[in-house]
Design a protein around this ligand. Structure first.
Ligand SMILES: [Zn+2]
Length: 241
């Protein structure tokens, strides 16, 4: 009888250990640090961008993140995507952006097609990835989407879900999750910071399918999206009037 009880308790304890082990495995995120070149020159160019576009004179380039913006690179491989972000200046590679600043585009995270998450720069340094919202957002790029054709993988969806959960837990100031294709819905709201009304791009990344899939799997975080910002803004404007 006692032997049976002991066996029962050992069984229970083993089961508990297995459950704890599995849950720690599933929630543990693996991030590979793969830093892009970010010299003092790039930091200074970032500061200049903040002055010129947002009318703020910052002491450094750190941000308080409120929004996560998901993207695709429109480039087919990790290496070519990394090479683009690794350059410090645009060097004429993006005629649509260069008149606004020579600072090259960058991103805090780059997710490869197999779901590997790379951290390219410090999480709360400002990256140039989304007009109007750079100073308050963290960006996640996904390798793929060449010619704006949605070919992002299930592994990338899973990695983005993990990463969004990790970031929201680490930075409780984050309240919004959007796709780059939705960024203009923030125009005119309190979050929009771009001063040049002619500086805009049309974006389709990372596609509706990808956004729907990621949002479904992070639903428990209650992050807000474009429809919420539109609604909130309407209420604010009506309250002021
Ligand atoms: Zn984008």
């Amino acid at each position: 009888m006692i032997v049976n009880k002991i066996k029962y308790f050992i069984g229970e304890i083993l089961a508990l250990i297995i459950v704890l082990f599995l849950s720690s495995c599933s929630s543990k995120i693996k991030i590979v640090d793969s830093p892009i070149s970010f010299s003092q020159k790039r930091i200074e160019l970032t500061k200049q961008y903040i002055v010129q576009h947002y009318g703020i004179t910052p002491k450094d380039i750190s941000i308080i993140p409120k929004i996560i913006v998901l993207h695709w690179t429109a480039i087919g491989t990790y290496d070519s995507s990394f090479a683009v972000f690794n350059k410090e200046t645009l060097e004429g590679s993006r005629p649509d952006l260069v008149s606004a600043s020579d600072l090259n585009v960058s991103i805090q995270f780059l997710v490869d097609r197999d779901g590997t998450i790379h951290r390219l720069m410090p999480e709360t340094w400002m990256a140039r990835h989304c007009i109007g919202l750079n100073y308050e957002s963290i960006g996640i790029e996904n390798v793929g989407g060449v010619n704006d054709v949605d070919n992002l993988t299930d592994a990338q969806i899973k990695a983005n879900v993990q990463l969004v959960k990790y970031l929201v837990k680490k930075y409780p100031t984050i309240k919004y999750l959007i796709g780059h294709l939705e960024y203009r819905d923030f125009e005119g709201t309190k979050y929009w910071m771009e001063k040049d009304s002619t500086y805009r791009t049309v974006k389709y990344d990372p596609g509706e399918r990808f956004m729907t899939a990621v949002r479904k799997d992070v639903a428990d975080l209650n992050l807000k999206g474009p429809s919420d910002i539109t609604k909130e803004h309407t209420i604010e404007v009506n309250t002021v009037q």
